[in-house]
Design a protein around this ligand. Structure first.
Ligand code: FES
Length: 128
């Protein structure tokens, strides 16, 4: 019988947490824009507006867009977290409008994380 590692357990925990949060609201995905003071100063409002406009333009009701406080890395703002049901959450760094468009198409719509812009997959302690 194969052993389950700590990393396996972390992945399972993240996947199940994501599944629970998203299923409660019948959402397929969730985009969180971190809007602490440094995030706003770095352009988080433009990132939020970009996602809001994309969702409105496509009339996508199965994607939750929300904000939160800072993610703890001033130098990497604006940061966002994308959660897709049955996948580990992914934190993206230094997000601008151009990156937001690519993340939206490839990850939110397509389900494929954009590793070029990702800080971490899963919890902050887990490297990609
Ligand atoms: S104040 Fe910059 S990450 Fe919190």
């Amino acid at each position: 019988m194969a052993k389950i590692s700590i990393e396996d357990l972390k992945r399972i925990k993240e996947r199940e947490r994501s599944r629970m949060v998203l299923r409660e609201g019948d959402f397929r995905a969730k985009i969180t824009v971190h809007m602490g003071t440094c995030g706003i100063a770095a352009g988080a409002r433009d990132v939020m507006t970009t996602f809001r406009d994309l969702l409105a333009k496509r009339d996508m009701m199965d994607v939750m867009l929300t904000n939160s406080g800072c993610a703890g890395l001033c130098a990497k703002e604006p940061m966002i977290t994308v959660e897709v049901v049955d996948q580990a959450p992914v934190k993206y760094i230094l997000v601008d409008k151009e990156k937001a468009l690519r993340i939206f198409e490839e990850h939110v719509v397509g389900g494929n994380p954009v590793e070029d812009y990702a800080l971490a997959k899963g919890s902050e302690t887990q490297a990609t």
